[in-house]
Structures are given as structure tokens and as C-alpha cells.
Design a protein around this ligand. Structure first.
Ligand SMILES: [Fe+2]
Length: 261
């Protein structure tokens, strides 16, 4: 949990299961139904297939242990329950083992539209379906390894790639723009924003991404579009430390947001 968080992490029972009361389940249901309606045909095929493979339902908050088992069988990926935001090195280490850290608490009603810290709706509804895609998992694992290997001065810049893909990425499918980033999938306002076409949409390009700063507290002013998850995974064949060096030397592109805000 962050220092200012008003949430406490959930402790599993002796059976490894997390308990969600009626109000928590109602929040999950409401978020799930509303988000599915908003997403419509905007979710990418891998995401939709992943939801089905994981057996998500609006009726109950999924159990992390069950998702973990299913992912293991499907792609060798997994999830690990964590209190909330964890240190970057620990986060990267888990990714490099194909394990995705998930916070297990769920937001309260007063935060139903927006919560800054990731809760289980963001982690599970937003992220987990993509972990059923083999190429996406290759990207995640290799990204985690790289984040552990690059010099410390480059780690934040490298995480821009995570931000603009795993969190807010778009993909082109049969000529149409679809979403796969968890920050879009799990946020009602971000879906509306991404669909309405007011943000800039740029082709996926590592150097541009490494030179693009972002803010976590605003609707994203720019999205990047990949053509396939194989392309995303293969992008890490590039000499990433060298690209990061070059990006730092060239400096950031002009931001599309107010820095002073
Ligand atoms: Fe996330």
C-alpha cells in the first residue's frame, strides 16, 4: 500500500482464498457490467478470448489462485497476490518469471470511477486476460529480464514501454483500432477517451516511446498502436540499452500535457 492509501491489503484464508463481502462483490459486478458495455467491440481478440479462458463472470470476484492455475496450464504464466504497489525490482523480477503481481483489495464505492492505486479490478479484469496470449507473455518475461539488466539510470525510461503497451496499448486488427492495455480495459473514462479519437494515435516505435513522458493522473494524450503481439515481443530483439542511451541523449519529445499541473 502507498503511504497515503486508505486501503488495507487482504489476507487470504487458510485455503488460500480471499473473501469478498456483498458490497465488494456488488462493486465488482457493477464495474464488470459497465466496462463490458463501454468496451463493446473495442477490446482486442486476445483480450476477449482470455476473459473466456479465465472464466470471468460479473457475479463474483475471481480468486487469484484459480487464475494462477489456469494461466499456468495455458501459457506457463501466473499471478502472485501482493499487498499493492511493490518495489520496481521485485515487480520486474516477477515479470521475468512470467508472474504478474496483483493487488487483491477492491475499490470502495466512492472510488468506483477512478482510483489511482491498482485494485483487483484493474489487475484481474484489466491485465489477466492478456496473460493467456503466448506472445504477450514472451514480451512480459523478456521485459522483466531487461528491467533487471539495464543500468539503473534507464529503468524509468524503459518502463515507458510498459506504460504505452501493457497499460495503455492499442492494436490494429483487420484495419480497426482495438485496445489491450489494462489502463484502458479497466477504466470507464479511459475507454471513452480512447474510443472518441481526440488523443494522438501513433505507430509503435521504440525510440518515440522512450522519448515520450507520461502522467499517471490524466487521460492519456497519446496512444501507440502495435500490429501484433509477435511484433511487440520481437521489438525486444533490438539493442535496448543502446536505444535507451540514444533516447536519453536526444532528450524527451515536447510533452502533450501541462508539466506544471
Ligand atoms: Fe496495471
Amino acid at each position: 500500500m502507498g503511504k497515503s492509501s486508505t486501503y488495507t491489503s487482504k489476507i487470504p484464508g487458510p485455503d488460500g482464498r480471499f473473501r469478498y463481502d456483498a458490497e465488494e462483490t456488488a462493486i465488482w459486478s457493477e464495474l464488470y457490467r459497465r466496462q463490458m458495455e463501454k468496451l463493446g467491440d473495442f477490446a482486442c481478440l486476445s483480450y476477449l478470448a482470455g476473459q473466456e479462458k479465465l472464466g470471468f463472470s460479473p457475479n463474483s470476484v475471481p480468486q487469484v489462485s484459480e487464475i494462477d492455475q489456469r494461466l499456468n496450464a495455458l501459457t506457463g504464466a501466473g499471478v502472485k497476490p501482493v499487498a499493492a504497489i511493490i518495489p520496481q525490482a521485485e515487480f520486474s523480477g516477477l515479470l521475468s518469471e512470467r508472474r504478474f503481481p496483483v493487488a487483491t483489495f477492491i475499490r470502495r464505492r466512492e472510488h468506483i470511477d477512478y482510483i489511482e492505486e491498482p485494485d483487483i479490478f484493474h489487475e484481474v479484469f484489466g491485465h489477466c486476460p492478456m496473460l493467456t496470449d503466448p506472445a504477450f507473455c514472451v514480451f512480459m518475461e523478456r521485459f522483466g529480464g531487461l528491467a533487471q539488466e539495464v543500468p539503473k539510470k534507464h529503468v524509468l525510461r524503459l518502463y515507458r514501454l510498459w506504460w504505452f503497451t501493457v497499460e495503455f496499448g492499442l492494436i490494429r486488427e483487420d484495419g480497426a483500432l482495438k485496445a489491450f492495455g489494462a489502463g484502458i480495459m479497466s477504466s470507464p473514462s479511459e475507454v471513452d477517451h480512447a474510443k472518441c479519437g481526440t488523443a494522438d494515435v501513433l505507430p509503435f516505435d521504440l525510440m518515440t516511446i522512450f522519448r515520450t513522458a507520461y502522467r499517471i493522473d490524466i487521460l492519456q494524450p497519446v496512444y501507440f498502436v502495435i500490429n501484433s503481439f509477435d511484433e511487440l515481443a520481437a521489438s525486444l530483439d533490438e539493442n535496448i540499452p543502446e536505444l535507451l542511451d540514444r533516447a536519453r541523449d536526444m532528450g524527451d519529445l515536447p510533452p502533450r500535457f501541462d508539466i506544471a499541473a
